[in-house]
Design a protein around this ligand. Structure first.
Ligand code: ADP
Ligand code: MG
Ligand code: ZN
Length: 486
């Protein structure tokens, strides 16, 4: 962004809760069912049907609130937010009023030195998180003649997390969103599927002259269903606003949508046309009262949080932030890694395999870690052999790992029956090194006259002669000695 300006961004995130049933009725909360098959008088909005609050959704809200270090309000109320839309059969959405079940809290994110002027974590405050229900889904393009409404999603529980305007760049917004995503997935309260809309984000964006305290006029950007879109859309929107200000114009307050195909935000509606939702307290639901014992139970049930885990792994295994974040991507992936790390006795070795071959396999096959046909015990066996230098990394990766995936046996057994053990026998390696040096007098002479880069060529030749089973470290050592002797 042009210097002299500062970005101010606050995110509103909608988290679809993974409860068994919907927010106010017993219908199943699930995706993929035939349209309108999970509906009942309550979520269809039939007259006289009465809502009942889902206790599981409340527990999930408590869990998030405690993880954010927020205040749990002992009492909060539900309100009706009224508007008309075909996917909202009641004519209103049940949401929370001026007091939310979760108030305050924060997330710590790395913070961007470029905009902060200093390195280190920054604290992004959360204003509140409230419970509400989702609307149904409209499909306007199914058959080209009519719009269709599917109410399976109507009444699915949502937690809306309203962030303070504390973010100072598109990158920070994306980092905050990723941390929040990790958290809700790690807490087991959301499946985190952004493409399907289980985790949705609207961004409020403004710019101000550097040094000025007052906020500029904000624009709300909708439809940001990937982390990449968040970065692209916000960078684009910030540039657009600065250009307006530079041209002497004001930024109009409006809602804009991100058009991924065009790579720009487009105006949707101005705030002057903003609706009056005529909020009023929901008369069919009692106050939401949270008992101190419920709060304590939720606190006791909290798992280790993803960001705590990331910090612990970084220290114990000397991992980078990005590496540790990838390992913490889901509770199942994290648990798998943790098993391999402890069974193999090498956190770094386990991390390298998880981030390399395991991730590649999952991506290639389009599966999650649960479906990997390799137990952590078996991968740990492979890691142990490589770390002990009994097996070369290349052989492990190209031969044993695929064989183990195909169910052909365990690491140790395969290594023995196929004769793949690494050659760490110094005398054998010295013999091979001598052979290769003799066969390559030209490169040897060049190396001795200073062309160090040719060493790699010789190492390659030696490893090849050893059919990829030589201990590469030892090869380098022996080669250096042989060259020094001349
Ligand atoms: P509304 O009720 O219209 O949604 P809120 O006051 O609840 O407005 O704010 C919604 C979001 O907008 C919050 O996430 C907040 O951080 C953000 N926000 C408020 N003012 C600004 C601003 N000037 N620039 C950027 N974001 C802002
Ligand atoms: Mg809002
Ligand atoms: Zn229902």
């Amino acid at each position: 962004m042009k210097s002299g300006y500062e970005a101010v961004i606050g995110l509103e995130v909608h988290v679809q809760l993974r409860t068994r049933s919907k927010m106010f009725c017993a219908c199943r909360n699930s995706t993929g069912a035939p349209p309108n098959s999970h509906t009942c008088p309550v979520c269809l909005g039939l007259p006289g049907a009465l809502p009942t609050l889902n206790a599981e959704a409340v527990r999930m809200a408590l869990s998030l609130g405690l993880a954010l270090g927020a205040t749990i309000q002992p009492q909060s109320a539900f309100y009706r937010k009224q508007y008309f839309y075909p996917d909202l059969p009641k004519g209103y959405q049940i949401t929370q009023g001026p007091v939310a079940i979760v108030e305050g809290g924060h997330m710590d994110i790395p913070g961007e030195a470029r905009v902060r002027g200093l390195e280190g974590p920054v604290r992004i405050r959360v204003e509140r998180a409230h419970l509400e229900e989702d609307a149904g889904k409209s499909h306007h393009d199914l058959d080209g003649t009519a719009s269709h409404v599917d109410l399976n999603r109507a009444g699915v529980p949502l937690l809306e997390i309203v962030g303070a305007p504390d973010l100072r760049s598109a990158q920070e917004a994306s980092d905050y969103l990723k941390a929040l995503h990790r958290l809700v997935v790690g807490l087991g309260i959301c499946d985190g599927n952004m493409e399907e809309g289980s985790f949705r984000c609207d961004a409020n964006v403004s710019v101000r002259t550097l040094g000025v305290e007052a906020f500029g006029t904000r624009v709300e950007v909708k439809n940001l269903n990937s982390f990449r879109f968040v970065r692209q859309a916000l960078d684009h929107e910030l540039e657009r606003q600065v250009a307006l200000l530079e041209g002497g114009a004001a930024v109009p307050m409006e809602t804009r949508g991100w058009d991924a195909a065009l790579g720009e935000t487009r105006g949707q509606r101005t705030k002057e046309a903003a609706m009056d939702y005529r909020y009023f307290p929901e008369p069919d639901l009692p106050l939401l009262v949270v008992d101190p014992t419920e709060i304590e139970a939720a606190r006791a049930a909290l798992p280790e949080l993803p960001d705590q885990r990331i910090r612990r792994w970084r220290e114990a295994f000397q991992l980078g932030q990005e590496e540790a974040q990838t390992l913490a991507q889901s509770p199942a992936f994290a648990a798998y890694f943790e098993r391999v790390a402890s069974l193999s006795g090498s956190g770094r070795g386990a991390a390298a395999w998880m981030l390399g071959e395991v991730c590649r396999t999952l991506n290639d096959r389009g599966i999650g870690i649960e479906a990997l046909p390799l137990a952590p015990e078996d991968l740990a066996g492979l890691v142990r052999l490589v770390e002990a230098r009994t097996l070369s990394f290349g052989t492990a990766k190209d031969q044993l790992f695929p064989a183990m995936l195909a169910g052909e046996g365990g690491a140790e057994e395969l290594m023995k029956t196929r004769g793949l053990a690494q050659v760490s026998d110094r005398a054998a390696i010295e013999g091979l090194v001598a052979q290769i040096l003799e066969a390559n007098p030209g490169p040897v002479a060049q190396i001795q006259s200073g062309k160090e880069s040719l060493k790699g060529f010789l190492v390659g030749q030696i490893l090849k002669a050893g059919q990829g089973r030589l201990d590469a470290k030892l090869v380098n050592e022996v080669l250096a000695e042989a060259l020094a002797k001349g």
